[in-house]
Design a protein around this ligand. Structure first.
Ligand code: 0X9
Ligand code: ZN
Length: 425
């Protein structure tokens, strides 16, 4: 397959050191609630307008008619006085963030040695993810290459690893994964890294994995929103968007998963308010992160084509199929995608019993416009295009703040699901 200059395989360059930790936004004493909105979303929304609530899910378009919010300690009495039908899903978000564990340090033992699995015991800083991927690649130079697809708003590299098998680089259809589109969804970074790790470690050792890598070229990008990710580690653990500023507002950030140049213009699945968590930008594809991802997507589509795309998110434990923009439209191969998703959910469940719900994105979760899987299905013609929402479930409370002790179990169950999918799709 030909790779264009945009996807040139420059070794991962280290960007400037992460900014000095500035004052962290404190979530100490914040309570998280799940509000049953019912059909009353508009009036509840207006009641909540005076609160500095942190919104976890998409308020306007959730067919489950519920909304998760975090309320500041000083506002809890006023919030409770509203008398909304709401369950407390976290008693103290700050305490949960503390339990998540501090960022680990990373040190590889020797040149060309495979990095240790202990990488998956803690979360890590952005620069360590770059070093880890460079080290992993260096251990398997015959089957892998690192690449960068472009830079974020603040100039950080959006990097990935390309893996291939016996037919050589770029000769097979693409499996294309990316994580950390939403900055606070830290578990996604680790899970996609674990999949890359297992593919390389298993090649030539495990017959199933060897066959998988001989059949597909893998392109895996763990952190496609690096600025947001760094900001979520230095300043605000619950940051979601990128860090783009706009002259029309003092609010920062565009939701990368509302900025893809497909069905972007439709109303109802994103926000035009720059202060919203789902702000779509001023024009389709007007974020550098999406421009870089669109280039890569087109390069893969024009090469051997995309067999499988997964945009990894958290939380809720869902496998979401096309489409986000319309709750009635189905992919041409919807029946096959559904049956694969059902088997993948069964495989995920095997190690620890985790239940993943599957179905079309809009009707299962909520409407999204300018979102990844719709573009990758209709424009890039990927055979399978999914969004996976990782642990925890939406009723367990921790939300985006998943304890580090769950990194490995979460990764292992996804690896089981993916091994099944790669071998049967
Ligand atoms: O809202 C989103 O972007 C995703 N959920 S999250 O809580 N991680 O923010 C869901 C996107 C699903 N829709 C499509 N991929 N179409
Ligand atoms: Zn997300």
């Amino acid at each position: 397959m030909k790779l264009t200059a945009a996807l040139l395989l420059a070794p991962l360059a280290l960007v400037a050191a992460a900014p000095k930790p500035s004052t962290h936004v404190s979530y100490d004493g914040y309570k998280a609630y799940r509000i049953a909105t019912g059909q009353d979303a508009a009036s509840i929304k207006s009641k909540l307008a005076k609160f500095a609530a942190v919104q976890f899910n998409n308020f306007d378009f959730n067919p489950n008619q519920e909304l998760d919010v975090a309320i500041a300690p000083t506002e809890i009495p006023a919030f409770e006085a509203l008398g909304l039908k709401a369950d407390v899903v976290s008693q103290d978000l700050g305490a949960e963030i503390a339990q998540e564990g501090s960022l680990g340090s990373y040190e590889k033992v020797s040149a060309q040695a495979v990095p240790s699995l202990s990488w998956f015991n803690t979360y890590h800083a952005y620069n360590d993810h770059i070093t880890f991927f460079n080290d992993l690649q260096a251990a398997y130079p015959q089957n892998s290459e690192t690449f960068t697809i472009g830079r974020s708003v603040q100039g950080r590299n959006i990097f990935g690893i390309h893996l291939w098998g016996s037919s050589g680089k770029g000769s097979k259809p693409a499996v294309y994964f990316h994580g950390t589109v939403h900055a606070r969804e830290w578990i996604t970074t680790k899970v996609v890294e674990y999949i890359a790790y297992q593919l390389l470690v298993g090649y030539s050792n495990d017959t199933v994995v060897t066959a998988i890598l001989n059949n597909y070229d893998f392109y895996i990008l763990p952190v496609v929103n690096p600025d947001g990710f760094v900001y979520s580690q230095t300043t605000d653990r619950l940051w979601r968007k990128n860090r783009q500023t706009r002259s029309i507002s003092s609010c920062v950030g565009t939701d990368i998963n509302r900025n893809w140049p497909y069905k972007w213009e439709l109303p109802g699945g994103a926000s035009t308010n720059p202060c919203s968590q789902t702000y779509k930008g001023l024009a389709a594809g007007d974020t550098p992160e999406i421009r870089a991802l669109v280039n890569l997507t087109q390069t893969l589509a024009n090469g051997r084509g995309i067999k499988l795309y997964i945009d990894w998110h958290s939380y809720g434990q869902y496998i979401l199929l096309p489409y986000g923009y319309n709750c009635q439209v189905r992919a041409a191969n919807h029946a096959r995608q559904t049956s694969l998703a059902s088997s993948v959910a069964a495989a995920i469940r095997r190690p620890y019993g985790s239940r993943f719900t599957y179905g079309p994105s809009c009707s299962t979760l909520y409407a999204t416009t300018g979102s990844s899987t719709d573009y990758v299905t209709d424009v890039a013609r990927s055979e399978l295009a999914w969004t996976v929402e990782l642990r925890p479930t939406s009723s367990s409370g921790n939300g985006f703040v998943l304890p580090a002790s769950q990194i490995l179990p979460s990764s292992i169950e996804q690896w089981e699901g993916m091994k099944y999918l790669f071998a049967t799709m």
